[in-house]
Design a protein around this ligand. Structure first.
Ligand SMILES: [Fe+2]
Ligand SMILES: [Fe+2]
Length: 207
C-alpha cells in the first residue's frame, strides 16, 4: 500500500490507520532537524536589532548554558523565539506549543508567558501595559519567567557577547525531541529546577 484507500477519514479502516501511524512516526523523528533548519530561517526575521533573531536565540541559549542550567532550560532558551517566523503576534505561545510535549512543564510555561513578562522592559515605550505579567503573580513559575527574561532574554541583544554556534546546541535539540512525548517523567508537573548551577557553570566554562 502506497497510500491509504480512503478519500474521507471516516471511511478509513485499521489497515489504513496502521499505515499512517508508521508514516507519522517516521516523519516525527525528523522534528529536531526541521527545528534546527527553522532556526537558520529565523536569521532573516525582525531586522533593526544589533543581533539577528538567530543571534539573539543563540545568545540566550549560551547564557543558559553558561549559567549551568539543565538541558530543558538550554533548549527552551534556544527555541523561545522560534514562533517569530509564523506567529509574530503570539510567538511565545507558538514556541511553547512546539516544546511542551518534550520539556519540563516549568520551561514550557516560561516560554509561553515570556512575551507578557518582557513588557516590563519596554511596554511603556510602545503603549502596552508593562505590568501585564502581574496577572500571573499566583503562578509557581512567576519568578522563573521573571528570571528567564532578566538574565537570558532581554539581555541577549549584545553583538559582542561570546555566543556558541547552532552546531553546539544541535545535539541537545536532538536529544530533547527524541524523548517520548508527554512523558510524565519529562513533563514533571509542578516541579521547578533552578536556572543556574554554579558547579556546573564552572565546569562548563572550561569547555
Ligand atoms: Fe520573545
Ligand atoms: Fe527573545
Amino acid at each position: 500500500m502506497e497510500t491509504v484507500k480512503f478519500t474521507q477519514m471516516k471511511d478509513g479502516d485499521r489497515e489504513d490507520y496502521a499505515f499512517l501511524t508508521e508514516h507519522e512516526t517516521e516523519y516525527a523523528s525528523g522534528t529536531a532537524d526541521r527545528l534546527l533548519a527553522a532556526m537558520v530561517e529565523l536569521d532573516k526575521s525582525l531586522s533593526g536589532y544589533k543581533v539577528t533573531r538567530l543571534g539573539h536565540s543563540l545568545q540566550a541559549a549560551t547564557r543558559a548554558w553558561n549559567a549551568g542550567a539543565d538541558i530543558d532550560w538550554v533548549v527552551s532558551a534556544l527555541l523561545h523565539d522560534i514562533g517569530d517566523i509564523y506567529a509574530p503576534y503570539n510567538h511565545d505561545e507558538y514556541a511553547a506549543a512546539i516544546i511542551r510535549p518534550f520539556v519540563r512543564e516549568q520551561c514550557a510555561w516560561v516560554v509561553e508567558k515570556h512575551g507578557d513578562f518582557q513588557l516590563i522592559y519596554y511596554g511603556e515605550h510602545v503603549g502596552a501595559n508593562p505590568h501585564k505579567r502581574d496577572a500571573f503573580r499566583e503562578s509557581a513559575y512567576f519568578d522563573d519567567c521573571a528570571e528567564f527574561c532578566e538574565k537570558w532574554d532581554q539581555s541577549s541583544f549584545n553583538p559582542n557577547y561570546s555566543t556558541r554556534p547552532l552546531e553546539f546546541f544541535s545535539p541537545m535539540v536532538t536529544e530533547v525531541f527524541a524523548r517520548k512525548s508527554y512523558d510524565p517523567a519529562v513533563v514533571r508537573a509542578n516541579q521547578r529546577e533552578a536556572m543556574s548551577n554554579s558547579a556546573l557553570a564552572a565546569a562548563r566554562s572550561a569547555i
